[in-house]
Design a protein around this ligand. Structure first.
Ligand code: FAD
Length: 484
């Protein structure tokens, strides 16, 4: 399989990424992006390490492939896949939301029901299958942009002030289509190999020019990626900002300046129903979000580990009030992990033979994520007190002859040296208080849609039959004449 170094080399494709008013020359070495590139390269290398047990022989290619991309056919397959996803998630402490396994999981779901993409007049299913085989063979990193730009959310694509605000087809050619417009936010797009482009927000008749799904290389001519302010720049030491410097995956507005897309890369064309249906008629959405929950479980474990260590360092971990807070964090983390495991144990096998994590538990956890993560983060913040700020501005003060002695004397805890204590609290601050930490809060609240969208998924997937039947049975057990 492809290694980290192969991945780095592939990034050198002339892609158009703007950061701080300049077009980036070589994303792998740019200060804003080199940290995340190194991290992703590390994931690919880990997948190649036999000790990690992350490979299997994919039936679709007959060749070794990365387990994170597999189509699960049973609860056992889901567990196997989970172990691989968790290995990656634990390497980044759940802090790389759109690692390659996220969109890769969507692709596995699409490919397992590729017939869905065969429209009456156009058969795109073969394109989906071919691209999934490519993903498996080349161990690719896909990002996605599936949300229109935030302009006027009260209208669909056709109702915006100008045509082609949202990406749509401006021209059809014999060999493909030309697309123009923008999509809101491609996490990881600047450092991915390919970008999956579609729209998960419901559209309506009249939106056909915008109702497309396709994949394009991140370096495609005419694709411009406008990255938000980076968090890794001007931070020379990992010690001071251990998360910002290594896990800032970047989020970018994607602008399509008349980009040509060959037919082989098109999955849906001018089809409102199919664009919407692709996520749910296939196993794509459940597999992609199951990956997200496995990652989230790893992140919460990291967060509660941090909380526990901080409480122990400050010697407050035996106080009843602190135990209560740690216990609350433990409950939150265990609930998410339990729901993730339940969704796999209660999976269903769909008509294509794909093991789908059970929607009741999967979306049940997601529906509360926008409240649960801020609550967990707030508790960690609470436990940190001012300790996150009782740190020197940089690691340099720890070695400077005029400052080192003071820090060693005053910034320490029993059995914990100044260097260790400062390291721990700087790590906590990067999750709780930096721009990186703030962006993560936003991410957990919005990555699967606004909170009302996630709750809608929970509503639609709970399966109310039994619940309503119980109420009906209760109502039927008495009437006006029933004596007390
Ligand atoms: C850090 C981060 C990373 C992201 N990464 C990606 C990515 O990789 N790929 C991608 O495609 N997208 C990505 N997104 C975009 C994400 O999918 C959107 O943020 C999400 O779909 C919500 O859309 P929005 O931001 O426009 O918010 P909106 O949907 O506009 O919501 C904003 C507010 O308005 C309210 N609101 C809006 N419409 C309604 C309504 N109809 N009914 C009730 N309330 C409403 C919401 O409840 C919310 O309070 C990312 C977002 C973030 C924050």
């Amino acid at each position: 399989m492809r290694t980290g170094s192969d991945y780095r080399t592939a990034l050198n494709d002339g892609r158009c990424v703007y950061v701080d008013g300049e077009r980036v020359k070589g994303v792998a070495d740019h200060p804003a992006l080199r940290g995340i590139v190194r991290t992703i390269a590390g994931l690919f290398d880990a997948a190649n390490d036999p000790a990690e047990k992350m490979t299997y022989v994919a039936p679709e290619t007959g060749e070794p492939a990365n387990k994170v991309f597999m189509v699960p056919r049973s609860a056992e397959d889901l567990a196997t896949r989970r172990a691989a996803i968790r290995r990656w998630a634990q390497r980044t402490h759940g802090l790389v939301g759109r690692s390659p396994d996220h969109v890769g999981s969507f692709l596995a779901g699409f490919a397992a029901n590729s017939g869905f993409f065969d429209a009456p007049n156009r058969s795109f299913g073969a394109n989906v299958q071919a691209f999934y085989r490519k993903l498996l063979k080349e161990n690719l990193y896909l990002s996605y942009v599936i949300i229109p730009p935030q302009t006027d959310r009260s209208k669909t694509a056709q109702g915006q002030e100008e045509a082609f605000m949202q990406v749509g087809v401006v021209k059809e050619r014999d060999d493909g289509i030309v697309v123009r417009g923008a999509q809101m936010l491609g996490t990881g797009a600047a450092v991915s190999d390919w970008v999956f482009v579609s729209c998960i927000v419901p559209m309506k008749p009249g939106d056909e020019p915008y109702a497309n799904t396709f994949v394009i290389p991140a370096g495609a001519k005419g694709l411009k990626l406008y990255a938000r302010p980076p968090y890794a720049t001007h931070k020379p030491r990992v010690y001071d900002y251990p998360l910002s410097t290594r896990y800032d995956e970047s989020d970018a507005l994607a602008v399509f300046d008349d980009v040509f897309v060959p037919w082989e890369q098109v999955f849906v064309y001018r089809d409102v129903e199919r664009v919407r249906g692709q996520f749910f008629a296939t196993a794509a959405h459940v597999l992609g979000n199951n990956q997200a929950q496995i990652r989230f479980t790893a992140k919460l474990q990291f967060l509660i580990g941090l909380a526990r260590k901080i409480a122990a360092t400050n010697q407050v971990d035996a106080f009843p009030g602190v135990v209560e807070k740690l216990g609350e964090l433990a409950s939150l983390a265990a609930i998410v992990e339990g729901m993730e495991l339940a969704s796999e144990a209660a999976c269903t096998i769909d008509k294509q033979g794909v093991a789908r994590p059970n929607g009741r538990f999967l979306y049940g956890a997601m529906g509360l994520q926008s409240e649960l993560y801020p609550r967990a983060l707030q508790t960690l913040r609470d436990l940190c007190g001012g300790g996150c700020l009782q740190v020197p501005s940089s690691a340099a003060e720890l070695t400077h002859p005029e400052t080192a002695a003071d820090l060693q004397r005053y910034v320490r805890s029993p059995g914990v040296s100044a260097e260790e204590r400062i390291k721990l609290f700087k790590l906590a601050w990067d999750l709780v208080g930096t721009e990186f930490g703030g962006r993560h809060l936003q991410y957990e609240m919005f990555y699967a849609g606004a909170p009302f969208v996630a709750k809608n998924y929970a509503y639609r997937n709970y399966g109310y039959e039994e619940a309503v039947a119980q109420v009906d049975a209760c109502l039927a057990s008495y009437d006006l004449n029933t004596p007390t």
